[in-house]
Design a protein around this ligand. Structure first.
Ligand SMILES: *[C@@H]1O[C@H](CO)[C@@H](O)[C@H](O)[C@H]1NC(C)=O
Ligand SMILES: *[C@@H]1O[C@H](CO)[C@@H](O)[C@H](O)[C@H]1NC(C)=O
Ligand SMILES: *[C@@H]1O[C@H](CO)[C@@H](O)[C@H](O)[C@H]1NC(C)=O
Ligand SMILES: *[C@@H]1O[C@H](CO)[C@@H](O)[C@H](O)[C@H]1NC(C)=O
Length: 798
C-alpha cells in the first residue's frame, strides 16, 4: 500500500513546493503579470510585497510596498514615469539576470541593465525590503537598494551614486533631491532647469564645516535599525521613538521636506518622528515665484497682492503679476506685508539707512520688486522667490505695486496665529482677491473650522493619489488656500472626530473618572480598536469653546514622545470633548507627593529621567515645534508618567500661539497655578516662553525634595513666593561654596531616598533650578539650554 502511494505523495508535495516558491521568488525565464493580482512576491517575514500597483484605474507601476499599512505605501518603483497598461504587461527575469518591465504592446519601459556571463539563480524580495537578483554562488547581480526612488529604508546605504528624488503628485520627477554634493556632504537640493541649489542644511551656516570635510573621500550614510541616521559627513539625526522593532522609512516628500516616518502597528498608519524642516514653509521654492507660504495653520500657498496663480494644480509654479512694473517711480507705491520675507533673494544689504532712503533706492531701480526693511537695514529684492509669512520673521516687506492697483488689507497673506483671519480666494478671477471676504469680521472661528474640515477631507477622501484633486477642490471651497505639505496631513492623520455616542460607549457612560484638569474632567475609556484613551470633557462651554480651539489647533500638529498625543475630539451639540492618549501611571503629583504606601517611591534615576523628559518636551514646544507654543501651566498635575516612567506633558489648555517678535497681549492670564507662575505673569510684563522655564525650575525643586513647594513654608503665614525666594537664596549661596562640604545637598534632597542619589546630577539640577527661577526672565536659560545641561550629566549618554 505505502509503496503505491509514495510517488503520488512525492508528486503532490513537489507541486505544493512549486506553488509556494512561486510567491517567494521569481525564477529565470518566468514573469509576473499585471492581470493576476496574486502575482506578487512577499518577503519571508511578510513585511514587504512587490508586484504591479495601480496608480489609476488602468495604469500600473512595478513597485515594492509595505504589506501592512492602512494605505499602500510604496518604497520603490521601477517605472513610475512610464506606467504600463492594466492588461498584457509583465515583468520578466531572463537567464542572464536581466530584468525588464514590458507594456502590453511589448514596449520596454524599464530594465535593470544586468547582463551576466553566468546564469542568474532567482529574484527575491528580502526582509529588509531589498529586491535582489541573485547569481550563482549567492552573488548579488542587482538590488533595488542601489536605485532608490524617494525613500530610503533602514540599512539601505546612501552613497555618492545614490539619489532620492521627490515624487510629484502626478508621479513625475519632483524638483527636490537628497544626495551627496561634490564635496561629499549630504544635502537637499532644489533642481531647476540647469542649476540646482542646496537648501538644507542651510548653506552659509555650514560653510566652515565644509572645508574641514572636503578631503574625506568616503561617502556613505545609513539609517540603522534603531532609527538613527549617520552620514560619513557627520550629518546625523535620531527618531523621536528611537528603538528597535519599529518599521521606518526616510522619505523625501513632494513638498521638499525630508521626513522620517514610523509605522504604528495597530492601525497601520505612519507618524513623523523626525523632519529636516520643522516649518515646511521655509523649504526653498515651495510656493514658487511671487507666492507666499502661510500657516493656516497648516502650510498653504497664497499669492502676493496683485498677483494671480499660474497653475492651480501645481502651486510651485507660483504666481504672475497682473500689472506691468513701471520704471517711473511716481506711478508706483509700496504695500506693507508684515512679518513677511522673500528668503534667499536679497540683491544687497544696505546697512544703517532710513526707511525713506530704502524706499527711494527701490523706486529708482527698475528691477527692484520690493524691499525688506529690518533693524535699520534695507534689502532690495529683484525677484520675489521664497516668500514666507511667519510671526517669527522680523521686519516687514514692502511690495512695489502701481498706484492704480487697489490692494485691500484682506488680500495680504498672513499666518493665522497673528493678525486678521486671512481668507484669500485664489480660484476666482483677479479682482475678488482684493475684495474683503464677507465673513471676515464675522465668526472668529471660521478659519478654524475650515481647518478642521480640511482634516476630515484628509481622513475621508485622501485614499489615493487620484483623490488628491477632490481634496483640493474641497479645501479650496473652505479656505481658498491649499495644503502645501504632505507630512502635515500625515501627522494629523491620527486625528479623528468622534461622536458623542461613541465616546459614551468607550467610557461606559463616563464612569471611570481619572482626573480633574483646569479645563475639565478626565475619564478613562477604551475605543473599538482596544486602544485605551483618556477622554477629557471640557466643562464650561463658553470658555471651553475657546480652550477647545487652542488645544486643537496647537496639539493637532505636535508630535513628541514627551508630549501627550491627541487622537481626536468630539464636538457634538453642547459637548466639547478631547480624546487623548492614555498614560499608564497617572500624574507626577500622585507619584511624587503621595504619602500613602500604594505608590512606589520614585527613585533617583526616575526623577532625573522625568526632569530630562519634561525639559525635552518643553524645548520641543518652544524651539522646534512651530515656535509659537508656550504651555503656561506647567505643574506636576500636568506631567503624566507612562509605563516606563517616561514623562509626557499634557493640558495645553492655556497654550496660545505666541507672536514671537511682536506683542502678545492676547495671552490669557486667567489660569496659571500659584507657586508655579513666574513673577511677570502677575505683573503685566511681557509673557514669553520663559514663564515655562520658571515653572520648570519649581518642578525641578519638587522632584529633588519630593514635596510641594507650597508645603515648605516654615510657618503658616509664609507665602509660597516667599518660601521659594528664601530657598533659592539659600541654594544659590550654598552653590558658591566651591568643592569641600557638599552635605547641604544631602540635606536638601528627599529624605525618603536615603541618600541614594547621584551627587553630580543633583548639583546640576539644583544649579539649573536656581537659574530657572531667576526673577529677571531674561537671565533664565532657554529650555534648550536646560536640556543640554541635563544631558551633560546623563549617565545613559556618557
Ligand atoms: C486601484 O484598483 C482598485 C481596485 O480595482 C480601485 O479600487 C482603486 O481605486 C484603484 N486605485 C486608483 C488609484 O485608481
Ligand atoms: C552598506 O555598506 C556597508 C559598508 O560599506 C556594506 O557592508 C553593506 O553590505 C552595504 N549594504 C547594502 C545593502 O548594500
Ligand atoms: C537617540 O536617542 C535615544 C533616546 O533619546 C538615545 O538613547 C540614543 O543614544 C540616541 N542615539 C544616538 C546615536 O545619539
Ligand atoms: C503689459 O504690457 C504688455 C506688453 O507691453 C501688454 O500686452 C499688457 O496688456 C500689459 N499689461 C497690463 C496689465 O497693462
Amino acid at each position: 500500500m505505502d509503496a503505491q502511494f509514495a510517488p503520488l505523495l512525492l508528486l503532490t508535495s513537489f507541486h505544493l513546493l512549486l506553488r509556494i516558491s512561486a510567491h517567494d521568488f521569481l525564477l529565470p525565464g518566468s514573469s509576473l503579470s499585471v492581470e493576476d493580482s496574486s502575482d506578487i512576491l512577499h518577503s519571508p517575514n511578510g513585511a514587504f510585497t512587490c508586484g504591479f500597483k495601480n496608480i489609476s484605474h488602468n495604469a500600473f507601476v512595478f513597485s515594492i510596498w509595505f504589506t501592512n499599512t492602512a494605505e499602500k505605501t510604496v518604497v520603490w518603483s521601477a517605472n513610475q514615469l512610464h506606467p504600463v497598461h492594466s492588461w498584457g504587461s509583465e515583468v520578466l527575469l531572463d537567464m542572464d539576470g536581466r530584468m525588464v518591465v514590458k507594456d502590453y504592446n511589448g514596449q520596454l519601459v524599464w530594465e535593470n541593465d544586468v547582463y551576466s556571463s553566468s546564469n542568474a539563480e532567482q529574484a527575491q524580495l528580502l526582509d529588509t525590503g531589498n529586491f535582489i537578483v541573485k547569481g550563482q554562488g549567492d552573488i548579488i547581480l542587482w538590488q533595488s537598494f542601489d536605485s532608490p526612488t524617494d525613500t530610503l529604508l533602514p540599512n539601505q546605504n546612501i552613497t555618492s551614486a545614490v539619489k532620492l528624488v521627490s515624487a510629484n503628485r502626478l508621479l513625475v520627477h519632483g524638483t527636490y533631491s537628497f544626495h551627496f554634493d561634490d564635496e561629499h556632504l549630504l544635502a537637499l537640493f532644489q533642481d531647476l532647469k540647469d542649476t540646482s541649489f542646496i537648501y538644507w542644511p542651510i548653506p552659509d551656516k555650514n560653510a566652515w564645516s565644509k572645508k574641514g570635510n572636503s578631503f574625506k573621500a568616503t561617502t556613505i550614510g545609513v539609517l540603522d535599525s534603531w532609527g538613527y541616521f549617520l552620514g560619513s559627513d557627520n550629518l546625523h539625526f535620531n527618531a523621536t521613538d528611537w528603538g528597535l522593532g519599529v518599521m521606518r522609512r526616510l522619505t523625501l516628500d513632494h513638498d521638499g521636506n525630508l521626513r522620517l516616518y514610523s509605522l504604528s502597528k495597530p492601525n497601520g498608519r505612519w507618524s513623523v518622528t523626525w523632519m529636516a524642516y520643522l516649518q515646511t514653509c521655509f523649504v526653498r521654492g515651495l510656493c514658487g515665484m511671487n507666492g507666499i507660504c502661510v500657516y493656516t495653520p497648516g502650510p498653504a500657498c497664497a499669492c502676493a497682492p496683485g498677483h494671480d496663480i499660474i497653475d492651480q494644480s501645481d502651486r510651485s509654479k507660483g504666481c504672475m503679476p497682473k500689472f506691468n512694473l513701471s520704471c517711473d517711480g511716481k506711478e508706483m507705491e509700496f504695500v506693507k506685508l508684515p512679518s513677511t520675507d522673500f528668503i534667499g533673494y536679497d540683491q544687497s544689504q544696505i546697512s544703517l539707512v532710513s526707511f525713506h532712503t530704502c524706499k527711494k533706492i527701490c523706486l529708482k531701480d527698475c528691477s527692484c520688486k520690493g524691499f525688506l526693511y529690518r533693524d535699520g537695514s534695507c534689502y532690495p529684492k529683484p525677484f520675489l522667490g521664497g516668500g514666507v509669512s511667519s510671526p517669527q520673521l522680523h521686519g516687514s516687506f514692502y511690495l512695489k505695486l502701481p498706484k492704480t492697483l487697489q490692494v485691500l488689507g484682506s488680500s495680504i497673506p498672513r499666518s493665522q496665529p497673528s493678525g486678521p483671519r486671512y481668507v484669500p480666494n485664489c480660484n476666482v478671477n483677479a479682482d475678488s482677491l482684493d475684495k474683503p471676504k464677507s465673513s471676515q469680521s464675522g465668526s472668529p472661528y471660521s478659519y478654524f473650522y475650515g481647518f478642521l474640515s480640511a482634516i476630515f477631507c484628509v481622513e475621508v477622501i485622501f485614499v489615493a493619489l487620484g483623490c488628491w484633486f477632490m481634496l483640493r477642490r474641497e479645501s479650496r471651497q473652505l479656505t481658498g488656500v491649499w495644503p502645501a505639505e504632505v507630512g502635515y496631513e500625515m501627522i494629523t492623520n491620527h486625528f479623528r472626530r468622534y461622536t458623542y455616542k461613541e465616546l459614551q460607549r468607550a467610557t461606559g457612560k463616563f464612569k471611570d473618572m481619572i482626573g480633574k484638569g483646569a479645563s475639565g474632567l478626565v475619564y478613562k475609556g477604551v475605543l473599538k480598536d482596544n486602544r485605551a484613551v483618556a477622554v477629557k470633557r471640557l466643562a464650561d462651554i463658553n470658555q471651553g469653546e475657546e480652550e477647545f480651539q487652542h488645544e486643537l489647533s496647537v496639539i493637532a500638529r505636535i508630535y513628541h514622545m514627551n508630549l501627550v498625543r491627541v487622537w481626536g475630539f468630539c464636538s457634538d451639540g453642547p459637548h466639547r470633548i478631547l480624546v487623548l492618549e492614555y498614560v499608564e501611571n497617572g500624574s507626577l503629583d500622585k507619584n511624587l507627593f503621595s504619602s500613602k504606601g500604594s505608590h512606589m517611591l520614585l527613585q533617583w534615576n526616575e526623577r532625573f529621567k522625568i526632569a530630562l523628559g519634561v525639559a525635552k518636551g518643553l524645548a520641543y514646544l518652544h524651539h522646534e515645534c512651530l515656535e509659537w507654543v508656550i504651555h503656561c501651566d506647567l505643574k506636576p498635575e500636568n506631567i503624566l508618567l507612562d509605563e516606563k516612567m517616561e514623562p509626557k506633558i499634557t493640558d495645553f489648555g492655556l497654550a496660545k500661539l505666541l507672536n514671537r517678535g511682536g506683542s502678545n497681549k492676547s495671552v490669557s492670564r486667567i489660569h496659571g497655578t500659584r507657586g508655579y507662575i513666574a513673577p511677570e505673569w502677575v505683573s503685566s510684563a511681557q509673557i514669553t516662553a520663559k514663564v515655562d522655564v520658571y515653572s520648570f525650575g519649581v518642578v525641578l525643586l519638587e522632584l529633588l525634595k519630593g514635596a510641594r513647594v507650597s508645603d515648605w513654608a516654615s510657618d503658616a503665614d509664609e507665602e509660597v513666593e516667599m518660601v521659594l525666594r528664601r530657598v533659592i537664596k539659600m541654594l544659590a549661596e550654598s552653590l558658591m561654596l566651591e568643592g569641600g562640604e557638599q552635605l547641604w545637598i544631602d540635606g536638601f534632597i528627599d529624605s525618603r531616598l536615603d541618600s541614594q542619589f547621584d551627587n553630580v546630577q543633583a548639583r546640576t539640577m539644583i544649579k539649573l533650578a536656581v537659574s530657572c527661577i531667576e526673577e529677571d526672565s531674561r537671565k533664565r536659560p532657554t529650555m534648550e539650554n536646560a536640556v543640554q545641561m541635563l544631558l551633560s550629566v546623563d549617565e545613559a549618554v556618557s
